[in-house]
Ligand binder design. Structure first.
Ligand SMILES: Nc1ncnc2c1ncn2[C@@H]1O[C@H](COP(=O)(O)OP(=O)(O)OP(=O)(O)O)[C@@H](O)[C@H]1O
Ligand SMILES: [Mg+2]
Length: 344
């Protein structure tokens, strides 16, 4: 009971928010854990704008909603595309975790490395009721979240493959030395699969089926016969318009996505080529950290490592490393000063 009262009156709780294209995560520094992990989706009544559902519940409604309701994904390619919806969604998530509590937390919000001023401002505007607002680049947060002390004079590199963007960054002494951000990521791979299945199997499938195929089968390297698994997929035959079931294999999925994977690879090579020599040596020693949901693609670590001749290690928790790192940034006082954007 006492601790309950203490919690209520203690207002200096800090939150880190990773407002991603696919998922929203909230990390509570007092609890030292991720308190929310939900898909970035909101369902609103078209007329009244009343929020009908958010997160997992809203995602279940995609493609099945009556016309009076709109299903919105407020982020595209790593940035906010619908500010009102983003604000409503975030508010609903905070309410879900904390109720309508009177506390005004300090909030650390994650941004892709290369965003325009307008996109940055939109992220800012999506935050309501914060005492202090900090902005941290996702690449920087991902490295901290992988347990690395970025204040050391040692070059560290991360590739964060999310749903909407891939952020690649090299950091030393708290600062970003070289970076690259491309809008080729998990959603691109889903579209690649939709296109491949239509063109090669004459089957029309939706993005969610494509995502399932990716999660089950995608591999960055060609697999031999034993490892080349397949799965059954349902869709609509594009010639007869009749629903049909077919099979697709890992190697077919690889053919569908390799072109996009190679864009990520090229971007990685580009960053490596721009590193000052001393930092390049550090990266050879430390390896590259692979994170974000895309890090789960089978053999992607091996593929990048083989092509770049640098060790690649998948983060322990690829979906969480950005938000955890953003939360841990509250402990890095010299870094924190430089991240502060607004104080109310
Ligand atoms: N097991 C898996 N295999 C392949 N891809 C996966 C797997 N699990 C998740 N993903 C993909 O990871 C992506 C989501 O990753 P993440 O949550 O890091 O993105 P995000 O932070 O929301 O997006 P962004 O950083 O681009 O705004 C989705 O495209 C999802 O399909
Ligand atoms: Mg992300």
């Amino acid at each position: 009971m006492l601790s309950h009262i203490f919690n209520f009156f203690r207002v200096n709780k800090n939150l880190a928010i990773d407002l991603g294209t696919s998922n929203v995560l909230i990390y509570d520094t007092r609890k030292r854990k991720t308190v929310l992990d939900e898909p970035s989706v909101i369902v609103r009544d078209k007329k009244t704008h009343e929020i009908i559902a958010v997160g997992k519940e809203a995602r279940e409604m995609i493609g099945k909603n009556p016309i009076s309701l709109e299903v919105i994904k407020p982020l595209k390619e790593g940035v906010i595309s619908d500010l009102d919806a983003a604000r409503d969604m975030l508010y609903a998530f905070l309410k879900k975790v904390y109720g309508v509590s009177p506390f005004k937390p300090d909030i650390m919000i994650c941004v892709p490395i290369e965003v325009t001023t307008v996109e940055r401002r939109a992220l800012f505007e999506s935050i309501v009721g914060a005492k202090k607002t900090y902005l941290i680049e996702e690449g920087r947060a991902a490295i901290i979240g992988s347990g690395v002390d970025i204040s050391l004079p040692s070059g560290r590199m991360v590739i964060d493959i999310g749903g909407g963007s891939t952020d690649i960054a090299v950091i030393s002494l708290n600062e970003i030395v070289v970076s690259n951000s491309i809008r080729v990521a998990g959603n691109t791979l889903d579209s690649d699969i939709v296109k491949y299945v239509k063109e090669n199997l004459n089957l029309v499938i939706g993005d969610r089926t494509a995502e399932k195929i990716k999660k089950n089968l995608a591999s960055a390297i060609l697999l031999d016969e034993k490892e080349n698994l397949s799965m059954k997929i349902k869709g609509r035959n594009s010639l007869t318009n009749i629903p049909e079931e077919m099979e697709i294999s890992s190697n077919e999925v690889r053919e569908a996505i390799i072109h996009s994977i190679d864009k990520i690879l090229e971007s990685t090579k580009d960053v490596l080529s721009k590193c000052p020599p001393e930092i390049a040596t550090d990266i050879l020693d430390n390896g590259i950290i692979l994170t974000g949901g895309g890090a789960f693609i089978k053999n992607l670590d091996k593929y990048i490592s083989d092509k770049c001749k640098v060790p690649v290690n998948r983060a322990a928790k690829p979906l969480e490393s950005v938000v955890v790192g953003a939360g841990l940034a509250f402990d890095n006082k010299s870094l924190l000063k430089t991240l502060l954007m607004r104080e109310n």
